[in-house]
Design a protein around this ligand. Structure first.
Ligand SMILES: [Mg+2]
Length: 231
């Protein structure tokens, strides 16, 4: 059967999460005058934040932490690491971060070029584990909305990738069959294992050349390679 539907992950596949996050955290570091609070460099602050944020997201994915708690706790724990114990600063910082970072517009190299080339040939959709209100802001601000027919967040699906429920929900919303669909994403577990377990073709966007034991349908290091596979 020919391929008709492409399901993309958003963060780190198209929207450059790391670059946008780094820019926003640097901005907030200055805005909240963290150097005066004893954190001498933004890079130092961001390095610790990223480690703590990863742990908090793990807990969120396992439903051990709510969305609201995640947003404050990741900053509360980071500040605590630097000897600052402040719920109000963590809350304010967390609110600023959630409000501002989705408006940033750095995309992974080759995003627009790829989507422009694929658009006449495929129906394209998003399946993302991000939050409903946040992901739509990212898509709008970085001019990506027009490329996608269906945008499914884990919040709307009621399940996070790699759960088959998230994929099945997206397929149903898009009116797509499993056999005529491909999942494209950067995360081995959520995107690739999730799709493979369901019997869906997957293209692994392995930007960091991570070694692994999965067998995706195809694997690329750059987005531009995807057009060679699909066109
Ligand atoms: Mg991703």
């Amino acid at each position: 059967m020919t391929i008709k539907h492409l399901f993309f992950d958003l963060d780190r596949t198209l929207w450059d999460f790391d670059k946008n996050s780094f820019e926003e955290l640097s901005y907030l570091y200055n805005k909240h005058r963290l150097h005066e609070k004893g954190i001498s460099l933004p890079e130092e602050f961001i390095k610790i934040y990223k480690q703590i944020n990863e742990k908090c997201w793990e807990q969120y994915r396992e439903n051990l932490l709510s969305k609201d708690d995640l947003r404050v706790k990741r900053f509360y724990d980071t500040f605590l690491y630097f000897g600052i114990e402040s719920e109000s600063l963590s809350k304010q910082f967390g609110d600023d971060y959630v409000m501002n970072s989705p408006t940033r517009t750095c995309l992974i190299d080759g995003t627009i070029d790829l989507l422009e080339k694929l658009k006449p040939h495929y129906e394209m959709h998003i399946i993302t584990n991000g939050f409903e209100e946040v992901q739509h802001i990212k898509l709008r601000n970085s001019n990506l909305s027009k490329y996608f027919t269906v945008v499914v967040t884990s919040e709307a699906a009621g399940a996070k990738k790699p759960s088959p429920i998230a994929f099945e929900y997206a397929l149903e919303k898009a009116g797509a069959n499993l056999e005529e669909s491909i999942m494209i994403g950067d995360d081995l577990n959520t995107d690739i294992k999730g799709a493979i377990d369901l019997g869906m073709k997957a293209i692994y966007f392995n930007y960091h050349s991570i070694k692994h034991n999965y067998f995706p349908w195809k694997e690329v290091k750059y987005l531009s390679e995807i057009e060679n596979i699909l066109l």
